[in-house]
Design a protein around this ligand. Structure first.
Ligand code: IPM
Ligand code: MG
Length: 356
């Protein structure tokens, strides 16, 4: 089992180090190789996704990814910014299916800004299409407007587009995931305004005919954003496009108390995957040893389950994370009165100990 380890920037290096320790504490043999990515790779090789890093990722069974980005790179041309590394990996590896579970652990009910009764017991799965939509649609750019409201003015434009096969394959992923859960899918669109998402809705409906045992509901994205904070437990599997999924998954993270708890998996058609915490590189707390490593540790568990066929080891890690929460250990992002505040390394060590 070959794992490419790409820690990246900011807190990425600290949290990935803890996940690696957890993996090493399992009695499995992995081949792990690290490479720079994002701003770190730009510093070392002049590009956020160097050829050597991409090759390592493509040849691995799975990629364990930290986070990329730092304000200091905001002035670089877009192609050289750290975010291009993750977008490039998604595109070149064909990682079209992004799983973002949002689970509210009983111990963390108080850490959310929402009322306990709204979120306690929450367990939803957002499935975000990850390689299409306005993120990758061509053409895009800047130009002088030939028509529109202000002909002759400078303008910028992006292209929202989805092909039928792209929608079909993510719809299949969602219906199949729903079969293993409570058999309900909410497809989120903006069919009342956008051609792309009327088409999305039509294609999802068509694929649904193959899954008569699964309930399908359609919801506009603005309403979905509202329902997510109003009554999030009404959702189970949510499937949506790249941009809506980006926004809704950040919103959903807050239902769980902290974005520091949320893992994610991005898979391609051959189950090769990239696993990363849902949060970013948090440059403001980088190097301070206070970042929450649990999202990355839980991402390593998803990696074992989805790409490495080691479901038992994944269960063990998830049980160990629950155990450290039950022990009252909390990094600052999830700390509350009556619990024990710990740093990144202490939290990682506690998970390793709970594994044994
Ligand atoms: C995410 C992030 C990325 C995205 C950025 C870093 C490009 O926000 O994974 O949700 O927009 O997809
Ligand atoms: Mg995002």
């Amino acid at each position: 089992m070959k794992i490419a380890v790409l820690p990246g920037d900011g807190i990425g290096t600290e949290i990935v180090a803890e996940a690696v320790k957890v993996l090493q504490a399992l009695d499995l043999s992995f081949e792990m190789e690290s490479a720079p990515v994002g701003g770190a790779a730009y510093e070392a090789h002049g590009h956020p996704l160097p050829e050597s890093t991409l090759k390592l990722a493509q040849q691995a069974d799975a990629v364990l990814f930290g986070a990329v980005g730092d304000w200091k790179y905001d002035k670089l041309e877009r192609a050289l910014r750290p975010e291009q590394a993750i977008l490039g990996l998604r595109k070149h590896m064909g990682l079209f299916a992004n799983f973002r579970p949002a689970i509210c652990y009983p111990e963390l009910v108080g850490a959310s800004t929402l009322k306990p009764e709204v979120i306690s017991g929450l367990d939803i799965l957002i499935i975000r299409e990850l390689t299409g939509d306005i993120y990758f649609g061509q053409p895009r750019g800047r130009r002088t407007a030939a028509d529109g409201h202000f002909p002759g003015a400078d303008e910028a434009f992006d292209t929202m587009r989805y092909s039928k096969p792209e929608i079909e394959r993510i719809a299949h992923v969602a219906f199949q995931a729903a079969r293993k859960r409570s058999k309900k899918v909410t497809s989120v669109d903006k069919a009342n305004v956008l051609e792309t998402f009327q088409f999305w809705k039509d294609v999802v409906t068509e694929v649904h005919a193959q899954y008569p045992d699964v309930e399908l509901e359609h919801m506009y994205v603005d309403n979905a954003a509202m329902q997510l904070v109003r009554a999030p437990k009404k959702f189970d599997v949510v499937v949506t496009g790249n941009m809506f999924g980006d926004i809704l998954s950040d919103e959903a993270s807050m239902l769980t108390g902290s974005i520091g708890m949320l893992p994610s998996a991005s898979l391609n058609a051959s189950n090769q995957g990239l696993y990363e915490p849902s949060h970013g590189s948090a440059p403001d707390i980088a190097g301070k040893g206070v970042a929450n490593p649990l999202a990355t540790i839980l991402s390593a568990a998803m990696m074992l389950r989805f790409s490495l066929n080691q479901a038992q080891a994944a269960d063990r890690i998830e049980a160990a994370v629950k155990a450290v929460l039950a022990q009252g250990l909390r990094t600052p992002d999830i700390h509350s009165e009556g619990t024990t505040k710990v740093g990144t390394a202490e939290m990682g060590a506690a998970v390793v100990k709970a594994l044994r």
